[in-house]
Design a protein around this ligand. Structure first.
Ligand SMILES: Nc1ncnc2c1ncn2[C@@H]1O[C@H](COP(=O)(O)OP(=O)(O)OP(=O)(O)O)[C@@H](O)[C@H]1O
Length: 457
């Protein structure tokens, strides 16, 4: 019981539920399984539910729990002692959970008779609360536990890599590593209003499964992140994944052989996931301009011999990906996206103008997020991240002036680089002064660039 005292009762029961996940999931799933929950008679206004474990073998259960923790899972597994009782409150209704077990002799004949242990919980509540408990409370426990399971699950970053199978055929396959990116919306350098807008959008989407079902649309949402290098597009993807507790599938299109392979890879992605294609403008032959260039090349090809043409084609087939724009559009709109679970598709680009409008139209990429140079609000987040420095003093004011009045453009990546402590004991002021110098240099360089461009004209 002692560990449970670390939490308030509400939290305690949820933690405890985690341990009994398997059993509760089964209890709630269908009417038939609910028959495992037996109502006992009311006694003096008290009602009891007896809930049996599905697994009678407590030792295998214990093994499973140990396995969970040994895999590096961060989930806290607490258990209730036998005959222990804990209370919980739901919508003003108080309930008592009690862990019980009893032993029965095995019915099969044996020289070495075994006793079987059956474990169960007693859920006690007042008889007047029977409706709310059976209709809502058990469902609430299940949902909260499911959320907790997702939260505690070790998340993964999947990457597609080419690999050779036994027949020497090259195939792109997902491999994964543990996803432990520390970025969150708190550490993301961005204006607060914009952050809140993205968080609200994600939350709304994540809670809209029933809505998408009702309107007959696949439960997916597309984000296009655009902005110069170093403005935090990849960092935002990590923050989104941490916010929604999602796996991330980082899809490198150039290693995908063709549309069929693309489809296979997508079907293999898990339900609650973010699928990212970074630098979509560089990924493939997907842009309008490049398509035009290809047509011109094809015109030139009319002048070469059929053998040369064939050789060129084979060479191209062996080196390049044949994923097409329509293949990619099918990926965004296609039926695969309805294969259960919420899907977020993110494209990042440095140059929106290079993209084919069909690829980024609303409905495909529902939300366009512009990541830009560091403003003062974003700087304050970085100053806190890097130096634990809060707004104070002249140095902050000078930086504010340079960013807001002088409008000096510097990416958050660059600002961070200047704020980074070069030695363990470097003073905050030194880092801030270094940033001021860098900003002034940036201003000079920008001025020179403009002058040179004007000279060229
Ligand atoms: N908005 C930001 N908030 C916090 N850190 C940032 C931000 N932007 C950049 N950084 C820092 O700069 C590094 C590079 O940023 P990131 O890779 O996210 O930029 P990007 O826009 O994806 O760049 P690219 O277009 O080159 O892929 C990150 O590791 C992060 O530390």
């Amino acid at each position: 019981m002692t560990p449970l005292l670390l939490y308030d009762w509400g939290a305690a029961i949820m933690r405890w539920w985690l341990e009994e996940l398997r059993y509760l999931v089964d209890v709630r799933t269908a009417g038939s399984k609910l028959s495992r929950v037996s109502h006992s008679d009311k006694r003096g206004g008290e009602c009891k539910l007896k809930i049996n474990y599905l697994s009678k073998d407590s030792s295998s259960r214990a093994k499973k729990l140990r396995a969970n923790t040994s895999k590096g899972s961060k989930s806290i597994v607490l258990s209730m002692d036998d005959h222990e009782e804990i209370t919980d409150e739901f919508k003003g209704v108080k309930v008592w959970w009690q862990s019980k077990k009893h032993h029965t002799d095995s019915r099969s004949f044996s020289y070495f008779p075994k006793t079987e242990e059956s474990r169960f919980y007693i859920l006690k509540f007042h008889v007047r609360d029977r409706q709310i408990i059976t209709n809502r409370y058990l469902d609430h426990i299940r949902k909260e536990g499911k959320k907790m399971e997702v939260k505690n699950k070790e998340r993964k970053l999947y990457l597609n890599n080419p690999s050779q199978n036994w027949s020497g055929y090259n195939q792109t396959k997902w491999s994964h590593v543990t996803f432990e990116h520390p970025a969150t919306f708190d550490t993301l350098a961005m204006e607060n209003e914009k952050k809140e807008e993205i968080k609200n959008d994600l939350t709304k989407f994540s809670n809209s499964q029933d809505y998408y079902k009702r309107i007959g649309k696949a439960w997916k949402r597309g984000y296009l992140l655009l902005g110069p290098p170093g403005t935090g597009k990849s960092t935002l993807v990590a923050a989104m994944a941490n916010f929604l507790d999602c796996d991330v599938f980082d899809l490198e299109l150039t290693t995908v052989k063709d549309n069929t392979e693309l489809r296979r890879l997508l079907i293999e992605t898990s339900g609650k996931s973010i699928i990212v294609i970074e630098d979509i403008d560089c990924s493939l032959d997907l842009t309008g301009q490049r398509k035009q260039k290809k047509e011109e090349e094809e015109d030139d090809e009319d002048e070469i011999s059929p053998i040369e043409k064939q050789m060129k084609k084979e060479k191209g087939e062996n080196t390049g990906s044949k994923v097409t724009l329509s293949g990619l559009l099918n990926f965004i709109d296609g039926l695969w996206s309805a294969c259960g679970g919420e899907r977020i598709i993110v494209f990042t680009t440095n140059f929106i103008d290079k993209l084919d409008p069909a690829l980024i139209r609303k409905g495909r990429m529902d939300k366009h997020i512009e990541m830009s140079y560091c403003g003062f609000e974003a700087f304050k987040v970085l100053a806190m991240n890097y130096l634990y420095a809060e707004e104070e003093g002249e140095l902050f004011q000078e930086i504010k002036r340079l960013l807001e009045v002088e409008k000096i453009k510097m990416t958050p990546a660059n600002v961070g680089e200047n704020l980074l402590m070069k030695t363990e004991h470097e003073a905050k002021e030194t880092c801030l002064k270094r940033l001021i110098v860098a900003l002034k240099e940036e201003k000079e360089e920008a001025k020179k660039r403009v002058e040179e461009e004007e000279k060229k004209k």
